[in-house]
Design a binder for this molecule. Structure first.
Ligand code: NAG
Ligand code: NAG
Ligand code: NAG
Ligand code: NAG
Ligand code: NAG
Ligand code: NAG
Ligand code: NAG
Length: 313
């Protein structure tokens, strides 16, 4: 009765909302009633059928319907609900593609397929895996763009796509991933500029690596809001403009790599107050300035116009 009353009110005031409301109820109850470990098994068998080369016969022998899914190699299930929570196929020398059916692993929190030869695109359907905290497709041969719906994976803590051939602009929706601690997009073919507000909400980010892409434009000021950053690596891109004045805000920074870009202007003096900094590489830019450090062990300031004093204590 209590449930029906608000529905009636809703119907009286805005009758158009009712069908939508019913539809949502219908959809969610249908999903929760029918999805079980068999759903996960079907999704994983779809993945198996997209593996074209499995030289060690790992999936060929282990991923069999005569074995319980939760005992398949690389698969971990939750203890309570008996659904697949983790899939780890890293370093298995597998070749293949990722089928959209993986979206039905609705309890998946961990997806790691790095160090293989997967190719094709990152299916948009994967962005329905809303429990995902860790996604590692590093060191494969993926191509195509990052779907903008990736910004729906609000629980994501690590996004690891290094060493592929992903293209296009880094979507602004990544800026929605406010739980992100590690963003590794290095050694791909990303291009375009970094949108100005993209770092506004990434306050937990500890590692940002965009090295070895074709990213142009300037370093957004919003980067200085990522106050937990320990490693920042933007080397080997086409970045231009000046270093943001507020770099001094990044007080936890240990490693700063900006080499091989087209940065110009003065090195912000605030950098000298970054007491955690151990590695800095500003080489091959058009930066100028004087820096003195007593705490940096490794530094590369090869740009011809840079003067620096080093005080080793
Ligand atoms: C999963 O649900 C389907 C019906 O949706 C049912 O036929 C099947 O037996 C269930 N499997 C398990 C392992 O519970
Ligand atoms: C994933 O699998 C690899 C290879 O089997 C293993 O070395 C690694 O420890 C696994 N990772 C996790 C988090 O279990
Ligand atoms: C996910 O499972 C549902 C229900 O079994 C099915 O209708 C849907 O096609 C599956 N998704 C994909 C991408 O195959
Ligand atoms: C990438 O993975 C391949 C196997 O597919 C491996 O041989 C290679 O060492 C890996 N590269 C890096 C940089 O880890
Ligand atoms: C995600 O980001 C887009 C663009 O920045 C924004 O329009 C949208 O409201 C955001 N969504 C959420 C759930 O924060
Ligand atoms: C940051 O969060 C605000 C408030 O939730 C939202 O409006 C904005 O779109 C977000 N920015 C990005 C880049 O996602
Ligand atoms: C840098 O820190 C100062 C003082 O905390 C703050 O006012 C400013 O907004 C910060 N800058 C950025 C880009 O976050």
């Amino acid at each position: 009765m209590i449930c029906i009353l608000p529905t009636l009110n809703l119907m009286e005031k805005t009758p158009l909302l009712l069908p939508l409301w019913f539809l949502l109820l219908f959809a969610s109850s249908r999903a929760s009633l029918s999805a079980n470990i068999t759903t996960d098994e079907i999704a994983l068998l779809a993945l198996k059928s997209h593996i074209t080369h499995d030289p060690h016969n790992l999936l060929a022998t282990s991923w069999s319907t005569s074995i319980s899914v939760c005992d398949w190699i690389g698969v971990t299930c939750g203890s309570g609900h008996h659904r697949v929570t983790s899939l780890n196929l890293s370093s298995m020398d597998l070749t293949g593609t990722i089928p959209p059916q993986l979206e039905n692993l609705s309890f998946l929190g961990w997806l790691d397929i790095h160090h293989n030869s997967f190719h094709g695109s990152l299916p948009t359907e994967l962005t329905n895996l809303h429990r995902l905290k860790y996604l590692n497709f590093g060191n494969n041969s993926f191509t195509g763009v990052i779907p903008s719906t990736l910004g729906n994976l609000l629980k994501l803590e690590s996004l690891v796509l290094y060493g592929n051939d992903f293209r296009g602009q880094i979507p602004i929706t990544i800026g929605n991933l406010s739980n992100l601690e590690g963003l590794y997009l290095d050694y791909n073919s990303f291009s375009g500029h970094l949108e100005s507000g993209i770092f506004d909400n990434l306050s937990k980010l500890q590692v940002l690596s965009l090295t070895g892409n074709h990213i142009s434009g300037s370093i957004p000021n919003s980067l200085c809001k990522c106050k937990e950053l320990m490693l920042l690596s933007l080397s080997n891109n086409f970045l231009e403009g000046t270093m943001p004045r507020e770099f001094g805000n990044l007080t936890k920074l240990q490693s700063l790599y900006l080499g091989y870009n087209y940065l110009e202007g003065d090195i912000p003096s605030a950098i000298e107050s970054l007491t955690s900094l151990i590695f800095i590489d500003l080489s091959y830019n058009k930066l100028a300035g004087t820096i003195s450090y007593s705490f940096i062990y490794t530094f590369f300031l090869f740009s011809t116009r840079i003067k620096f004093n080093c005080v080793v204590t």
